[in-house]
Design a protein around this ligand. Structure first.
Ligand SMILES: Nc1ncnc2c1ncn2[C@@H]1O[C@H](COP(=O)(O)OP(=O)(O)OP(=O)(O)O)[C@@H](O)[C@H]1O
Length: 240
C-alpha cells in the first residue's frame, strides 16, 4: 500500500473573514501531529482534506504527492465517536464494509476488538460502554478501514493515562507506513508520536523541532520529555 504525502496551501475563511492560512507538506508514510488552541481550525483542516463541508470556504489546493484523488483513500476518526446506538460494538466496527455492501472480515474485526481491550464487550451496544470504551471502539472501526491515509481527531482524549499510552503504541504499530495526521491537545502525545510536529495559530502553522529518535518514542526518553515541556510552555504562552 503506498501512502502519499499531502500538501495543503491556501486561506480558509469563515463568514467572509480569514480564519487561518496554511502552507503544509505532510510526509507520506509518517505521523504528523497537529496542536493549537481551541477554535483555531484543526478539525476544519481535517475536514478539508476529507472533502467534507465545513461552514466556511477554502481558497487554495489540497493534493496528494501522487496526484491521485484522496477521497477514497482516507479513514477518519472524528472527535465524537459516531457509533450507531442500535448496533453491537462488533457491528459498529465493521460498519464501513457493511455500508459499502462488502462482507466484512469478521476475524480481523474480532482481533482488533481484542487489541483495543474490548473483547469482553463485543456484543454490547454503545450505550452500555463508558466514554473511554466507546472511543476505543471508534479507534477499532478506524483501524478496520485499513486505508493509506488516516486522519485522527483527538482519538485518545477520553482514555486514562495507561490506556492512552497502550492505544498510542497499538496505533503506531498498526498504522506504520501510513500517512497519519493526528490532532491533539496533548504535548506528550505529539512528542511521542510525531515524525513531524506542527503548531497551528492564526498566523500560520509552525514546524516544531521534534526529538531526534524516530517515533514511537519511549515515555521516559529525555529528549521526548524535554520536547513535551517546551511545547507546553509554548502553547501556554501563546494562549496568554
Ligand atoms: N459547521 C460549522 N459552521 C460554522 N462554523 C464552524 C463549523 N464548524 C466549526 N466552525 C467554527 O470554525 C472554527 C474552527 O473550528 P474547529 O473545530 O476547526 O477548531 P479546532 O481547532 O479543531 O478546535 P478544538 O481544539 O476546540 O476542537 C471555530 O470558530 C468554529 O466555531
Amino acid at each position: 500500500m503506498s501512502a502519499p504525502g499531502i500538501s495543503l496551501n491556501g486561506r480558509y475563511r469563515l463568514e467572509g473573514r480569514p480564519l487561518f492560512d496554511v502552507a503544509l507538506d505532510l510526509p507520506g508514510g509518517q505521523w504528523s501531529c497537529l496542536l493549537g488552541p481551541s477554535g483555531v481550525g484543526k478539525s476544519t483542516l481535517l475536514r478539508l482534506i476529507l472533502g467534507l463541508a465545513t461552514g466556511g470556504t477554502f481558497d487554495g489546493t489540497i493534493r496528494a504527492s501522487d496526484d491521485a484523488p484522496l477521497s477514497d483513500r482516507v479513514s477518519y476518526m472524528a472527535q465524537s465517536d459516531l457509533l450507531l446506538p442500535w448496533l453491537s460494538l462488533t457491528e459498529n466496527v465493521v460498519l464501513g464494509a457493511r455500508l459499502r455492501g462488502e462482507s466484512p472480515d469478521m476475524a480481523r474485526a474480532e482481533r482488533l476488538i481484542e487489541r483495543v481491550g474490548l473483547g469482553a464487550h463485543r456484543d454490547k451496544t454503545p450505550g452500555a460502554l463508558s466514554g473511554g470504551m466507546r472511543q476505543r471502539a471508534a479507534l477499532a472501526r478506524t483501524l478496520m478501514e485499513d486505508r493509506p491515509v488516516v486522519l485522527l481527531d483527538e482519538p485518545f482524549s477520553a482514555l486514562d493515562a495507561g490506556t492512552r499510552a497502550d492505544m498510542q503504541e497499538l496505533s503506531a504499530e498498526l498504522l506504520a507506513g501510513r500517512t497519519v495526521l493526528l490532532v491533539t491537545h496533548d504535548p506528550a502525545e505529539a512528542s511521542r508520536l510525531g515524525a513531524l510536529i506542527l503548531v497551528m495559530s492564526r498566523a500560520g502553522t509552525q514546524v516544531w523541532p521534534g526529538p531526534p529518535a524516530a517515533p514511537i518514542r519511549a515515555v521516559h526518553d529525555p529528549a521526548t520529555l524535554a520536547c513535551q515541556a517546551a511545547l507546553l510552555d509554548h502553547l501556554r504562552k501563546a494562549a496568554a
